[in-house]
Design a protein. Sequence first.
Length: 254
Amino acid sequence: MSKLLNAALFLFFVVLIAISFYGIDAPEDRISEKRVKQFTIQTYRYGLTISNDNKIFYNITPLNFYFEVFGNKRSAVELNEDIAIEESKTDSKLAKLMQSLMNSLKLNKLVATIKTNDQYFVLNGNLQGNTLTVTPTLNNTTPTSLAQALTYNKGDLVFDENMEVYTPIDDILLGEINSYYGTGFKNETESPDVTGKSVLITNLENPGVIQLDLKNKTAQVDNQKLAIEIRTSENQDLKLNFYNNLAESLEALR
C-alpha cells in the first residue's frame, strides 16, 4: 500500500513539474486567472478580460480586433453563437481539480481560442512581473493584417506621457487632478491619434493603472466604441504594464 501511495505521489509531482513548464489551457468552464497589482487577468469565452476588483473591466477580444484585407477594407470579427473557447480533452473532476490547483499555484496559462467560420483566433497572455504580453495568432483563408484593441469604460481617464487626455473631462475636475498630483493634464480635442509612446488608462473611482506600450505602433482612441485601437506594421505582441495607482504610474513616466 505504501509503495502504491509513493508511486501516486511521485506521479502527482511529475505532473506538477510538467505543468509548471508547459501550463494548461483552460476551457470555458475552468477559467484561468492571474493577479497583478490591483487587477485580475482571466480567460473568458471571447478572449482575455482584465478586471479591477470586479468593478470595471477591460477586454481584449476578437470583437475589438480589426482586420485589413489587402490593406483596404477594415472589419471586425463577428461573434456568433457558435464561437467558444476550445474545449479541453477531458471534463473530468480531476481535470477541474488540477485547473483550480494551477490557478492557486500560478502555474496556469492564459490562452483563449476562438473559432468562427474559416477563422481560428488565439490570444496567448504571458505575465512576467508587472507586464502582460499578449500574442495574437490568426489563421484565415483570406490574406489579412491584424490591428489590436483594448476596451475601456465610461469615466476612465485615458492619457499619454505628454499629459494629453483623450477622454475629455470637466476642466474643473482636470484642474483638481493637476493640483493634487502636480501634473499638467490637458484635454486633447484635435485628433484621436495618440502622440506619445504609450497610453495609460485609469478609473478615477478605482485604484490601478494600465499602460499600453506603443513602441513601433500607432494608436487611436475611439470614444464612441470605447476602445483604443493599436496598429502595427506586423502582427506584433501587445504589452501592458500595471501600476497600483495614478501616482505610481506618473512616477514611472518621469
